[in-house]
Design a binder for this molecule. Structure first.
Ligand SMILES: *[C@@H]1O[C@H](CO)[C@@H](O)[C@H](O)[C@H]1NC(C)=O
Ligand SMILES: *[C@@H]1O[C@H](CO)[C@@H](O)[C@H](O)[C@H]1NC(C)=O
Ligand SMILES: *[C@@H]1O[C@H](CO)[C@@H](O)[C@H](O)[C@H]1NC(C)=O
Ligand SMILES: *[C@@H]1O[C@H](CO)[C@@H](O)[C@H](O)[C@H]1NC(C)=O
Ligand SMILES: *[C@@H]1O[C@H](CO)[C@@H](O)[C@H](O)[C@H]1NC(C)=O
Ligand SMILES: *[C@@H]1O[C@H](CO)[C@@H](O)[C@H](O)[C@H]1NC(C)=O
Length: 657
């Protein structure tokens, strides 16, 4: 009887996989005719697969110690999970970083590289077809309920400009793939006391009288109540706007009013690279080099910004506290991975920049990253590196979908971090066999350097750069960067954690440095246009023997890590690799501007998206909803969604424009 049952289910599985193969072939055909391949996978008996709750704040820092002011994050996540202190974003700005995370691809492959046209925004995501083929589609195909509350990928720029993003003009073109999505709608995304969300692309709804973090908290708790009653595992994304600035230039984030007097004496940390003297500042690149010292009035205001950020993060802390309490109440906490991070980092006063993001320095690119969940050790910090483009593969791994499965998206540039999450104390090997490339983090950027000065927003042109971070055990850690202005930066980050002394400036007098620079240039040349395996291990493109480059199995490489590459016998090979350069500074990725490539005929993700040349962005036209007052009172701390819905109002045709 038992044997018979096993045989039957085996037969069933075989016939299922035939069906899957057929449909994949069919989809490939569609793809060749110009469409995109959605993931389609067989759903076996996988009842106990874990849930995933992914919480991502907007512009939260690691190095300004913001996590210190979040008691629930400290108690429930840091204390009961693992903190990964070397987790990076691949583009240090909201929209490109979110696009890279949701597609599992480097910015040069999504080509969503800025917050406004032509570099990127919601319209570009739609027009490029990426909305039809990204994380929630894959999770749904794997049998998950994929849901999201908050602000996924929208982005609006500063006051005075037309606002581009997911907005009151294009909301009906909803973020596809989710089984339930409540998205913040521009031009309200960053107005903490004027909350307007669209559910599943329906007419946007205003929630007057409530603070955004309370609305997101209530919606998240409500969804867990709903989801826990269903049989399926779920993925729940929670993306609050805190601690992003309010729009308008120089306007701090507005915390729930119950927290507005917290931390009265708090000041931004004065780290080694705080407002540095001329000796250091003159070593910087592009616009950063010319900045004057911050004066006392500015510094006083920046301390105010620092306090407002910590206060506004208390609203996020309430979300974390209630989400965890609800998961516990439903008895699913132990089978849920909770991931806490930010879309990019943030600096205040570092390198004389008043405040902001968009740089490659550690403050902007190395983000908070904490994981609690099944098999993840409690209360430890791990040095194992990871990046946001690794998250889609990791979530698929949790869902039981593996790279060899039919229908696994072939274009993913990251790798699953699940093994690292379960074994976070593993030591990195100095020179791993066949690389694995774990030492190489590629951070890139096109467009505007955004300075959130307390005197108003400043947009610095000439902020396009390509960067590598080499994360190695026992020293040998570097930040290397080539700018569109021709500047080069090299910091030895183990001995110079402030990233202050630019070693690229005296390369001529130092043979070791010039040898190192030739290797890093080659590695950056390979990484700047990598795809799939070559992103996971760019060394595979840098084999002295041309016929051994980028062999799929990556077996038997001659050079697998920086330490090996530095051997003098490879000097001639590395000298033969062209210099990474830009013809000029441009606000978006334009192939001829960044020639040459290695190898010459690279794809830049074009096979997996549609062209976007000269696309037109939509912009909101309606009369804005007016909101007065400060919400998030003490009594609203525990307000439920049913209460919030009582006064909710659909936007009128006039407000939609
Ligand atoms: C800047 O500070 C460094 C370290 O304190 C010092 O060596 C250097 O002389 C200073 N430069 C100037 C211009 O004050
Ligand atoms: C301080 O710097 C800001 C920004 O450069 C400037 O607007 C302000 O006038 C300065 N204040 C003083 C007192 O120098
Ligand atoms: C976490 O570890 C620190 C030391 O690293 C220790 O002081 C603290 O008590 C631990 N917390 C818990 C909840 O175990
Ligand atoms: C931008 O860089 C170019 C060199 O590529 C330079 O000529 C120009 O002056 C720079 N512009 C600004 C505003 O810094
Ligand atoms: C690696 O390749 C070289 C050259 O083709 C060959 O001599 C050597 O035996 C190979 N080693 C392994 C472990 O495959
Ligand atoms: C990136 O997007 C811009 C703007 O739509 C487009 O002109 C450019 O060709 C794209 N680059 C690549 C490599 O796809």
């Amino acid at each position: 009887m038992y044997l018979y049952a096993v045989q039957r289910s085996h037969r069933w599985l075989v016939s299922q996989s035939h069906i899957v193969l057929l449909s994949i072939m069919h989809l490939k055909l569609i793809y060749q005719l110009g469409g995109l391949i959605p993931l389609c996978t067989s759903i076996g008996a996988q009842a106990q697969r874990p849930n995933i709750v992914f919480i991502m704040t907007d512009d939260q820092d690691l190095y300004l110690n913001s996590l210190d002011y979040q008691p629930a994050v400290k108690r429930e996540l840091i204390g009961k999970g693992t903190t990964f202190s070397r987790h990076y974003v691949t583009v240090a700005k909201c929209c490109p970083s979110r696009a890279s995370l949701l597609r599992g691809m480097a910015g040069h492959n999504t080509n969503i590289t800025e917050v406004n046209a032509p570099g990127g925004n919601w319209d570009k995501w739609l027009i490029s077809g990426q909305n039809e083929d990204y994380l929630p589609h894959w999770l749904t195909a794997a049998g998950y309920n994929a849901e999201c509350m908050g602000h996924i990928i929208t982005k609006l720029p500063y006051i005075g400009k037309i606002m581009n993003g997911y907005n009151t003009a294009n909301y009906a073109q909803r973020p596809a793939g989710w089984t339930h999505i409540q998205t913040a709608v521009d031009q309200y995304t960053y107005e903490y006391n004027n909350v307007v969300f669209s559910l599943d692309g329906n007419t946007p709804v205003s929630y007057p009288g409530y603070h955004q973090s309370d609305v997101i908290r209530a919606m998240s708790v409500d969804r867990i109540e709903e989801l826990s009653a269903q049989d399926k595992p779920f993925f729940l994304g929670i993306a609050p706007t805190s601690p992003h600035m309010e729009p308008g230039g120089g306007k701090w984030p507005v915390p729930p009013v119950r927290y507005k007097d917290k931390f009265p004496d708090l000041k931004a940390p004065r780290a080694a690279n705080w407002n540095p003297n001329d000796t250091y500042q003159q070593q910087k690149a592009s616009w950063v080099k010319g900045l004057p010292l911050l004066n006392e009035t500015t510094i006083e205001r920046l301390d105010g910004l620092y306090r407002a950020r910590a206060q506004s993060l208390l609203g996020v802390d309430d979300i974390v506290e209630d989400v965890i309490a609800k998961l516990a109440e439903k008895n699913i906490l132990d089978n849920t991975y909770i991931i806490y991070t930010s879309d990019n980092g943030w600096h205040i006063g570092n390198h004389r920049i008043s405040a902001g993001k968009s740089l490659h320095y550690k403050e902007d690119s190395n983000v908070p990253f904490i994981v609690r969940g099944p098999g993840v050790p409690a209360n430890i910090t791990s040095l194992l590196p990871g990046a946001h483009l690794d998250l889609a593969p990791t979530f698929l791994d949790i869902a039981g979908v593996k790279p060899d499965d039919p229908g696994y998206p072939q274009f993913l540039d990251g790798r699953s971090l699940l093994d690292n999450w379960k074994n976070p104390a593993t030591e990195l090997t100095q020179c791993p066999v066949n690389g694995g490339g774990h030492e190489v983090i590629n951070v890139e950027y096109w467009g505007i350097g955004e300075e959130a000065s307390p005197w108003g927003q400043i947009s610095h042109p000439n902020n396009s750069y390509k960067t590598l971070r080499i994360v190695h055990p026992d020293g040998g850690t570097y930040l290397y960067s080539k700018w569109c202005t021709g500047d080069t930066e090299l910091y030895e980050t183990a001995s110079d954690p402030g990233e202050l002394t630019n070693r690229a400036l005296n390369a001529d007098e130092d043979e070791d440095i010039s040898r190192l620079l030739s290797r890093l240039n080659a590695l950056l040349m390979a990484a700047k246009s990598c795809a799939g395996d070559t992103c996971r291990n760019p060394w595979s493109l840098l084999q002295p023997e041309a016929e051994r480059r980028a062999i799929p199995a990556q077996a038997n490489l001659t050079i697998t890590c920086l330490e090996q590459a530095l051997e003098p016998k490879f000097d001639d090979f590395f000298a033969s690799v062209p210099e990474v350069s830009f013809e000029k500074c441009m606000a978006y990725q334009y192939r001829p501007n960044e020639m040459p490539y290695w190898p010459e005929n690279v794809d830049l993700g074009e096979a997996y998206r549609k062209p976007t040349d000269n696309y037109i962005s939509s912009s909101p036209k309606g009369e804005k909803v007016v909101s007065q007052g400060f919400f998030g009172t003490v009594t609203q701390r525990n307000v439920m969604l049913s209460e919030i819905l009582k006064t909710a109002k659909e936007l009128t045709p006039e407000q939609l424009g």
